[in-house]
Design a protein around this ligand. Structure first.
Ligand SMILES: [Zn+2]
Length: 219
C-alpha cells in the first residue's frame, strides 16, 4: 500500500483520536462511546475520496476498544503518511533569491513529512515559509516584529494559542500586480515560531493556502 494520508489529514486523525481517548476516559456509558466512535470514524473516512477496502480497513477506528490501542493505531498509520517533497538547498536559495546570505535550515533534519517548510534566520529576524500548491512552490518572508505585550495569540495556520515567544506577530510584504512605484502592501498575522511543532498540529491547509495566494498575488 502506498502512502495515501497527507500530513494535515494525519494531524486531523490524531486530533479525532484525542477526542476518542477523552470519551473512553470520561464517559461511563458504553453506548455513548459507541456512538462517538462511529461518528469519529465517519469524520475520518470523510477526509478521503476513493479509498480502497484495504485503506478503509487501516483507517477504521471501530476496532479500537480501549485507550491503550490508540498509540498503536497511530504509529501504524504513520507509515502511510506523506508531506511536501523535501527541498534542496539550491531550490531554497532560488526561492528566496532576494535574501542576501540566507541562513539555510538544517536540511538533514528536514522532515519529509512536513505540511510546509518553515525556518527562522535569527540574525535577520525573519521566518521563511515555503509550500507546494499543486506542484508550484510558493513562499512568504515574514518579518518577526518585537512585542512588549504578554497577550496570547492564535496561530493562523494551526490555531494553537500561545504568548509572543511561541506565537509571534509577523508582517509579510505582498507581491503587487501593480508595478507602479510606491505601491506596496503588507499583511500581518500571528504564526508559530516553531514550525516543526506547527507542522505537527496543522489539520487543514485552507488558511495557509489563502495567505500564500494573497501574499503572492494569485487570484
Ligand atoms: Zn502554528
Amino acid at each position: 500500500m502506498k502512502s495515501f494520508i497527507k500530513k494535515q489529514e494525519y494531524n486531523y486523525i490524531k486530533k479525532c483520536l484525542y477526542d476518542l481517548n477523552n470519551s473512553f476516559r470520561n464517559c461511563l456509558d458504553s453506548n455513548i462511546i459507541k456512538v462517538n466512535k462511529s461518528c469519529i470514524n465517519e469524520k475520518i473516512l470523510n477526509l478521503f475520496t476513493n479509498l480502497s477496502e484495504q485503506e478503509k480497513n487501516l483507517l477504521d477506528i471501530t476496532k479500537i476498544t480501549e485507550p491503550s490501542y490508540i498509540n498503536n493505531y497511530l504509529s501504524n498509520l504513520d507509515q502511510y503518511v506523506y508531506g511536501m517533497p523535501a527541498l534542496t538547498s539550491t531550490q531554497i536559495i532560488k526561492l528566496f533569491k532576494k535574501e542576501k546570505n540566507l541562513k539555510l535550515p538544517d536540511l538533514d533534519k528536514q522532515n519529509s513529512k512536513n505540511v510546509y517548510l518553515g525556518f527562522i534566520d535569527k540574525s535577520k529576524k525573519k521566518l521563511f515559509v515555503a509550500y507546494n500548491i499543486n506542484g508550484t512552490l510558493l513562499k512568504m518572508t515574514c518579518r518577526i516584529l518585537d512585542s512588549n505585550s504578554k497577550n496570547t495569540h492564535k496561530c493562523a495556520l494551526c490555531n494553537t494559542v500561545g504568548g509572543p515567544n511561541k506565537v509571534a506577530f509577523v508582517s509579510c510584504v505582498c507581491k503587487s500586480g501593480n508595478s507602479k512605484k510606491g505601491s506596496y502592501r503588507s499583511i500581518g498575522l500571528h504564526i508559530c515560531l516553531d514550525s516543526k511543532k506547527c507542522n505537527e498540529r496543522i489539520v487543514s491547509t485552507e488558511k495557509l493556502e489563502k495567505i500564500l495566494k494573497d501574499v503572492n498575488n494569485i487570484k
